[in-house]
Design a protein around this ligand. Structure first.
Ligand code: GAR
Length: 190
């Protein structure tokens, strides 16, 4: 059977994109990353994609009259590459109904908190400001709610310090393990 095909959507650094590509190349995940999509042309993830030889779609949402229009454009690329699974990895945009309807149960997201705590933007900043002692990471299905879809995998991180850089490094390291694990749980179901 041919490998399942993954598209990763990212808006920034792309360290999770790279972790997913690495897991596929090394065979920890039995799939291949066939597309990298970014809504921020020139974001560092594009350098990572170029290095990994993964085709890219770079677009500016403001060049389109509506979300539906750019999601239709994205669907064209996803269909062309026969994508089975979309993994959001630091894609800082809410997925619209066009993509949700086209890929039901086939869009995942990683969020840097133990959902349902600290939904939305700057989850790490929210958790630090709250003064929690256990942080975490969640991979979940994407639905029409904000960070509210069914949870696939979670990991907790104990941290009592106050250094955001240290904490983010710990969170990222955990994400890079958890996302491939979550993909492995989902692959047999799609
Ligand atoms: C990750 O920490 C991810 O959990 C977060 O963005 C970062 C992207 O890092 N996503 C969200 O906050 C989504 N609400 P990366 O670009 O290095 O993969």
């Amino acid at each position: 059977m041919s490998k399942k095909k993954i598209a990763v959507f990212a808006s920034g650094n792309g360290s999770n994109f790279e972790a997913i590509v690495k897991a596929c190349v090394e065979g920890t995940v039995d799939a291949e990353v066939v597309l990298c999509v970014t809504d921020r042309p020139g974001a560092y993830v594009t350098e990572r994609a170029a290095r990994a030889g993964v085709p890219m779609v770079e677009f500016r949402p403001k060049d389109y009259p509506s979300k539906r229009d750019f999601e239709l454009m994205l669907m064209h690329h996803l269909e062309e590459k026969e994508v089975d699974l979309i993994c959001l990895a630091g894609y800082m945009r809410i997925i619209g109904e066009t993509l949700l309807e086209a890929y039901p149960g086939r869009i995942l997201n990683i969020h840097p908190s133990l959902l349902p705590a600290f939904r939305g933007a700057d989850a790490v900043g929210q958790a630090l400001a709250y003064g929690v002692k256990v942080y975490g990471v969640t991979v979940h299905y994407v639905d029409a709610t904000l960070d509210g879809g069914k949870i696939i995998a979670q990991a907790a991180i104990s941290y009592e310090g106050n250094d955001r850089d240290d904490l983010e490094a710990m969170i990222h390291a955990r994400e890079h393990i958890l996302y491939p694990e979550a993909i492995n749980r989902v692959l047999p179901t799609i």
